[in-house]
Ligand binder design. Structure first.
Ligand code: SAH
Length: 373
């Protein structure tokens, strides 16, 4: 493990402060941020508009190593899963989901998860630790690097090359367009590091990604939903609803015992949405548990007055899980009830099931010996 601080775990303000303390000029921070998050430099030495002594100084203070990919797998539907090896031997996964007009990367925010949702494999293995903001951002940077691999080694040329990359086979050689914090972990339980990572993703000095293209999904931590609203970070909010009564939600999502439906939906109603934006509610359909038309009617009632859509996700079972997928008919009936009440309710057949990359199937370790494809 490196004893140096990872430079990507520092916010703009934190890094400015540290650079000022070393006597570096104020404007260097913008140059360094540009190299880190726009040009995606992999060494301080590549930061050629900084004097050599300053590059050496930075190198003596900070580490810039990328979190390496230990393994990548490709699903028959084009989804790709990446296993990242963290400094302390832990690992997490990200999933890249290509679509016609977007390339979405689903990233992790924790090693494991403490929410213990009964239908989720990540939850079954418990919580290990929070990711640092650098480890969160590195998932994006590393995957983008892999996508452009084969391109020039030089950082500056690599960045230019990436910007006008053309799609060749539909999956690779494209830039990531959307980020979803829906991988392993509960992002709002790692509030400080997730906030820092979001700031860097969204800020002009950082990655410059539009908040409209970033979505954070939460199991429903009410105080942190409110806190997120107060940050002014205008990212999309997705809330995992997954039940229409407290009784069932208590059972499938223990977080509901702390923050029951009335409180959760109250926080959603009060959430400061940008014009024309809606909250996404995810609803994992569990056969004979939460999939009846009556459940759908209750969901519609609960969501009344909230600008929203509901993503219906038939559960992805895993060995030992207690739940089954509902029949297609049950899914359609549920969906129709919502549509009849003018609630958008697309069915999300989650992708990458053949490589355990679908919702609720991430556990952060390879199922067979490490292999890099
Ligand atoms: N902790 C966050 C983000 C990670 S889970 C959250 O709870 O939202 C991302 C999404 O996957 C959630 O909507 C969750 O309900 C869903 N999910 C979890 N396990 C699943 C499974 N086995 N099948 C389908 N969706 C699942």
């Amino acid at each position: 493990m490196s004893s140096k601080i990872s430079i990507k775990s520092l916010s703009y303000a934190e890094l400015s402060e540290r650079l000022a303390a070393t006597g570096l000029k104020g404007y260097r921070i913008d140059q360094v941020f540009d190299w880190l998050y726009r040009k995606r430099a992999s060494s301080f030495d590549a930061m050629t508009n900084l004097p050599k002594e300053e590059r050496q100084l930075l190198d003596s203070l900070f580490s810039l190593a990328l979190v390496p990919v230990l393994r990548s797998e490709q699903s028959s539907d084009g989804t790709r899963k990446f296993l990242f090896g963290l400094d302390d031997g832990q690992s997490v996964e990200s999933v890249l989901i290509p679509d016609e007009d977007r390339l979405t990367l689903c990233i992790s925010s924790q090693v494991g998860c403490s929410q213990a949702c009964r239908f989720c494999l990540t939850g079954a293995s418990g919580f290990t630790r929070n990711l640092s903001s650098g480890e969160i951002l590195d998932q994006i940077i590393t995957v983008e690097r892999l996508l452009s691999e084969g391109g020039p080694q030089d950082d500056r040329r690599a960045a230019e090359h990436q910007a006008d990359e053309k799609t060749q086979d539909g999956n690779v050689d494209r830039r990531i367009t959307n980020i979803v914090l829906m991988g392993m972990g509960e992002p709002l339980a790692n509030f400080a590091e997730v906030k820092k990572a979001l700031e860097i993703m969204l800020s002009g000095q950082g990655m410059g990604i539009s908040g409209r293209r970033v979505t954070l999904s939460t199991a429903g931590l009410v105080p942190e939903i409110e806190k997120l609203g107060r940050t002014g970070l205008r990212v999309g909010l997705a809330v995992s609803l997954n039940a229409s009564t407290d009784e069932v939600r208590d059972e499938v999502m223990p977080v509901n015992r702390r923050y029951p439906l009335t409180e959760l939906l109250g926080a959603c109603r009060a959430y400061p949405l940008e014009p024309r934006r809606r909250i996404t509610f995810e609803y994992v359909l569990l056969k004979n548990v939460n999939d009846s038309p009556e459940d759908a009617r209750r969901v519609a009632k609960l969501l009344r007055g909230i600008p929203c859509k509901v993503n219906l996700i038939p559960v992805n079972p895993f060995p030992g899980s207690a739940y089954e997928r509902p029949t297609d008919d049950a899914v359609r009936r549920f969906q129709q009830v919502l549509l009849d009440r003018h609630i958008a309710a697309p069915v999300r057949s989650s992708r990458g099931r053949d490589i355990s990359a679908a919702c609720g199937q991430l556990r952060g370790h390879a199922s067979s010996p490490a292999r890099l494809e």
